[in-house]
Design a protein around this ligand. Structure first.
Ligand code: F6R
Length: 608
């Protein structure tokens, strides 16, 4: 993770670097730093914690200079203090880094034996130390950079500045993303085009194995042996305006309330509401001809894929193999060319998801990317891109991207059902009608349940452990509920398939462990109610999230019952996501945690 920027400018850069970092804070916020060269002297300001600490430091001790690099950190090696904050300086070499240098320990031991003195606990410092060593041996800056690149292994985006050359920045990519921006007499580097949007929309994306030397008006790109390579220019669509919270307290709250609107954007990309059919580009993936679908993603995106598995298998009779990407990439799953693969990622940059994509690509599969960031690496490496059109998601906990992923997956499953002849025309129309009701139903639910969720959250915030249960597509929703609650409120929560309760977790049930049961009145309702009986019989407290029919059918005592409207089974996951998200959000607000930037997390996970 981490966000990096660099400017070879013709006017002061420190303020602009910090502004660009603000657009990258979603990548990490453990510490931040900026370095510039002013009148031949390289200097830096760094601060632990969020960017405003760095801003305060810069206000007290400003940095001049028209060239600089900057970094916002998500700590991997070394605690998140000021010493470990980037940029790292060694003998006139400044380095910012996103990723992990895997062989740093061996290289550090080697350099220490040669007399090098390390001042940080980071893996990044090895980059500056190695370049410094080659310069001492007489290499020029560029040769030293290439020599360093041929010695480090791992995943990295690197930006390097040299005190003896105030007109040049160098960069390298092997794994995490890096974009070069072309301005007027100024050049920029950034982890993504969003960071560079206020400066330019003329972007070149570096690819793995690229090393770039950036001057005021040009970029020379080579491979790591120094051989020139050509990369195409692209016009970025990223907006120059930082999204704001509007009248909401947090981005997460705003994003929860945006869902009815963004879902309608997502749906209108896949659905012809007039003919009530799904519109799919068959050149991306021809679901009619596919024998099996491999699906992989991480975290919340994985859970949307898990819901998608139920849909593809039920409505399109298409077998789905799904796994979290960190396992999928190493499973060596046998795959054949008549299968296709779907990768789901809000950011489109998640390292494990990308590695899984590349594994499937090597096996000759057609690749579909379900992404929010259309210019992301996953989008660029997919044969077909299925945008979720959720708009920028700033809150670290994913909300609107999740329901938009679900809307896209539902559309794809219906389209696949039609192509495979497993859904009739009438069934397709019926399902499309249900999807088209979503924005209205979601908006009604958001208005209706808000006060109840706030008072329930006050109760929930008194507990230390919470269990979520669900069956069918409500099982991934139980996992999502637990994930959302733990990541932002820091309350320990687990999600279980309701039927698994008696195979272990039931031992935990007592009055101190609320059990949140997600159960619309669907095919599984009676069975889930039996599991609730098992909880009630052991003195467990139940929070029941159900619909009108479910509330009328169950007579069990509960701590609270949240009643949603009766909806078609297909759209229930999107509707039931709302109380799940609101409960986590309000609980976190009561607990006083940092809702939008919870501790230890980052929005884009570009390390394994
Ligand atoms: C949880 C959350 C994470 C992400 C995961 C994947 O609220 O946001 O679990 O879903 O890190 O990220 P993307 O979708 O960017 O690949």
């Amino acid at each position: 993770m981490c966000g990096i920027v660099g400017i070879v400018g013709n006017k002061p850069v420190a303020g602009r670097l910090v502004d660009a970092l603000k657009r990258l804070e979603y990548r990490g916020y453990d510490s931040a730093g900026v370095a510039t060269i002013d009148n031949g002297v390289m200097d830096r300001r760094r601060a632990e914690g969020k960017l405003f600490n760095l801003e305060k430091r810069l206000a007290d001790e400003p940095l001049g200079g028209n060239i600089g690099i900057a970094h916002t950190r998500w700590a991997t090696h070394g605690v998140p203090n000021e010493t470990n904050a980037h940029p790292h300086f060694v003998e006139g070499v400044a380095v910012v880094h996103n990723g992990i240098i895997e062989n740093f320990a061996e290289l550090r031991d080697e350099l220490m034996r040669e007399g090098a003195h390390f001042t940080t606990q980071t893996d990044t410092e090895i980059v500056a130390q190695l370049i410094a060593k080659y310069r001492r041996q007489g290499y020029d800056n560029r040769a030293a950079m290439l020599a360093m690149l041929n010695h480090v292994t791992g995943a990295y985006a690197l930006v390097v500045m040299f005190e003896n050359d105030p007109d040049t920045i160098m960069a390298a990519r092997f794994g995490p993303p890096l974009a070069i921006g072309f301005g007027k007499g100024e050049m920029f580097l950034g982890s993504d085009a969003i960071a560079l949007a206020p400066f330019t929309n003329d972007i070149v994306y570096m690819v793995d194995g690229d090393c770039a030397v950036i001057h005021h008006d040009s970029a020379e790109i080579t491979d790591f042996s120094g051989k020139p390579v050509e990369r195409p220019h692209q016009i970025s669509q990223a907006s120059a305006f930082l999204v704001d919270k509007g009248n909401h307290r947090h981005f997460m709250e705003k994003e929860i309330h945006e869902q009815p609107e963004v879902i309608s954007h997502a749906l209108s990309n896949y659905i012809d509401f007039h003919s009530q059919t799904v519109r799919l580009d068959e050149t991306a993936i021809d679901f009619g001809k596919v024998s099996r679908l491999a699906v992989s993603a991480c975290g919340t995106a994985y859970l949307s894929g898990l819901v998608g598995k139920y849909w593809f298998e039920r409505y399109a009779r298409l077998p789905v193999e799904i796994d979290v990407a960190s396992e999928f990439r190493y499973r060596e799953m046998p795959l054949s060319k008549d299968e296709a693969a779907l990768f789901i990622s809000q950011s489109g940059e998640t390292a494990d998801t990308l590695a899984s994509l590349r594994y499937c690509k090597e096996q000759g599969l057609r690749i579909g990317g379900i992404v929010n960031v259309k210019e992301s690496t996953i989008a660029r490496e997919s044969d077909g891109v299925y945008p979720i059109l959720a708009g920028p998601e700033i809150g670290v906990a994913s909300t609107k991207a999740f329901t938009c992923q679900l809307a896209v997956l539902a559309s794809l499953a219906i389209g696949a059902g039609r192509m495979r002849g497993t859904l009739t025309e009438a069934e397709e129309k019926q399902m499309v009608r249900s999807l088209s009701e979503l924005p209205r139903i979601m908006s009604g639910v958001l208005n209706d349940i808000q006060p109840q969720m706030e008072s329930l959250a006050r109760e929930l915030s008194k507990f230390h452990h919470v269990l979520y249960l669900g069956r069918g597509t409500s099982y991934p929703m139980a996992l999502e509920g637990a994930l959302k609650l733990k990541e932002i409120s820091y309350i320990h929560a687990e999600g279980y398939a309701a039927g698994e309760l008696k195979h272990g977790p039931i031992a935990l049930i007592d009055e101190n462990m609320p059990v949140i049961v997600i159960a619309p009145h669907d095919r599984f309702f009676e069975k889930t109610v039996s599991n609730m009986q098992e909880v009630a019989a052991r003195g467990g407290r139940i929070i029941f999230i159900t619909d009108e029919k479910g509330a009328a059918a169950s007579k069990l005592p509960t701590m609270a019952t949240i009643v949603l409207p009766n909806v078609a089974e297909l759209i229930a996951p999107m509707v039931f996501a709302l109380p799940v998200q609101l409960l986590a959000y309000h609980t976190a607000v009561f607990m006083g945690t940092d809702v939008d930037q919870p501790r230890n997390l980052a929005k884009s996970v570009t390390v394994e």
